[in-house]
Design a protein around this ligand. Structure first.
Ligand SMILES: [Zn+2]
Length: 492
């Protein structure tokens, strides 16, 4: 079956997809969730391990306070209710990368529930429910290449074993691959703003599984779902869902039934493959973890954590549109990351005229970035540089034309504005009144007819003289000063 050409919901005539997501996010703690081993990525295999995260008999877990705070902060940002008492549970299963034979997770009393994220669906806003956010430990990692005997052996790296994760489970509220993509984009943006994870998908800090089924439009009962696992980009998730929806519709339309199973996505072929049947549903035999007390996050602690909640992307965009008079699109670009938005706002606030900073970003910076296919994070001109240039224009030191030229030089040289301004010898538009007066005197003498018209009451003729002076100064003169001087001379 070829890859579906569209991920749009309207493509599925007569059928309606139902999608729910499970997202695992690694928390950026220094140490692991139940031991003091480093949680950093990229160390040599099996160097960040100890009896606890190796699952040796008799080793006892000690809960990392920071992991709890990060999880609560993320859950709050996702509009969840925090449960004052949550319970850790053992999820029992056998897998080579899970030395204890169970994973410590949370089951019937998770840390947080009943949240939501708002997405834009068909130009309207739509809330996607978040069923739960719970804390758990990561498993190790099986390695199939990158070591000498990889041809016929699998190696295990347990550095990742015990790294704190939150699992975010959505309600089956997502109605198309595009909505899934939008949800994940918003989710990642919010988590990044909280600073609890770097959400780096290449390093596995954010992983997504999707449950998808289809049903005839208008049907209330859910169809049989399949689970698409471990897809490592949002674009691939969208493509995998689009493929899977079309596949299920074809199965049903041809009179067959969809088999409940786990499927893997192959980005090269843009299709999914059956991995294992879920006919014997997993029985994880969950039971409360006997080595850990109930986790209590009381009202006082919740309030302390809530105080650390930053302004989130969507409210921030609305405020910036209001405060700086920028467009929704510009607000979106300027809030791409929290650090960029912070840079912009701190630069705009110290500038003489914050609105001018916003305007320069829109009118002078964005176009140049787009022409060079650069993201704003990689702009040679920093937000501080934009603010400095805005002040120079504001003070009348440089003209708009000079600013454009200096921006061009900054992009050519890949240097920030202040540096280029220095290199160019701190140019200034001509404000030397006596030089300008000399030019104006000459023009008045050479154009008696226009002078006569002006003095007869045709004040617009002043514009002719201003234009001539600007031309004579090659655009270096300050138009306001020229204007004043021309009027003064004509009226004398
Ligand atoms: Zn350890």
């Amino acid at each position: 079956m070829p890859a579906p050409s569209t991920a749009n919901v309207s493509a599925y005539v007569g059928f309606e997809p139902v999608i729910g997501l499970e997202v695992h996010v690694q928390l950026l703690t220094e140490s692991k969730i139940f031991c003091s081993c480093s949680a950093r990525f990229g160390a040599a295999p099996n160097t960040h391990v100890c009896p606890v995260c190796l699952g040796l008999p008799g080793a006892l877990p000690v809960l990392n306070r920071r992991a709890i705070e990060f999880a609560v902060l993320a859950a709050m940002a996702l509009n969840c209710e925090i449960r004052e008492t949550s319970i850790f549970a053992r999820k029992n299963y056998f897998y080579p990368d899970l030395p204890k034979g169970y994973q410590i997770s949370q089951y019937d009393k998770p840390l947080a529930e009943h949240g939501w994220i708002e997405i834009a669906a068909d130009r309207a806003k739509k809330k996607i429910g978040i069923t739960r956010v719970h804390l758990e430990e990561d498993a190790g990692k099986s390695l199939h290449d990158g070591f000498s005997e990889a041809a016929d052996k699998t190696a295990i790296d347990l550095n990742r074993s015990g790294i704190p994760l939150i699992e975010i489970v959505t309600e089956p509220d997502i109605a198309s691959p595009d909505e899934a993509f939008d949800f994940l984009t918003r989710l990642k943006e919010i988590i990044l703003y909280t600073g609890v994870s770097d959400c780096n998908m290449e390093e596995g800090s954010l992983r997504c599984d999707a449950n998808v089924s289809v049903r005839p439009r208008g049907e209330i009962r859910l169809g049989t779902k399949t689970e698409v696992k471990n897809v490592n980009s949002f674009r691939f998730i969208r493509d995998a869902l689009a493929y899977e929806i079309e596949r299920q519709i074809e199965v049903i339309a041809s009179g067959d039934t969809v088999v409940q199973e786990t499927r893997l996505y192959s980005p090269g072929e843009s299709r999914t493959y059956s991995m294992r049947s879920k006919e014997q549903a997993h029985d994880y035999r969950y039971f409360p973890e006997p080595d850990l007390l109930p986790l209590i996050v009381d009202g006082k602690w919740q309030a302390e954590i809530r105080d650390r909640l930053p302004e989130l992307p969507e409210p921030r965009r609305l405020r910036m549109i209001d405060e700086f008079g920028i467009t929704a699109y510009d607000a979106q670009v300027l809030t791409t990351s929290k650090s960029l938005a912070d840079q912009f706002e701190s630069a705009a606030k110290v500038a003489k005229n914050p609105k001018r900073v916003a305007n320069l970003v829109q009118s002078e910076l964005m176009g140049r970035l787009k022409a060079r296919n650069l993201e704003i994070e990689h702009s040679p001109i920093s937000m501080k540089g934009v603010a400095e240039s805005a002040d120079l224009v504001e003070r009348g030191t440089i003209s708009g034309k000079m600013l454009k030229d200096l921006y061009d030089l900054a992009f050519e040289r890949s240097k920030d504005f202040p540096q280029v301004y220095e290199e160019e010898g701190r140019p200034q538009q001509t404000a030397d009144a006596s030089a300008l007066e000399k030019i104006i005197d000459g023009l008045i003498a050479a154009n008696p007819k226009q002078v006569e018209q002006y003095r007869a009451g045709k004040k617009t003729v002043a514009g002719f003289f201003v234009g001539q002076v600007m031309k004579a100064s090659k655009g270096q003169a300050n138009p306001q000063i020229v204007n004043q001087l021309v009027t003064k001379k004509l009226e004398s």
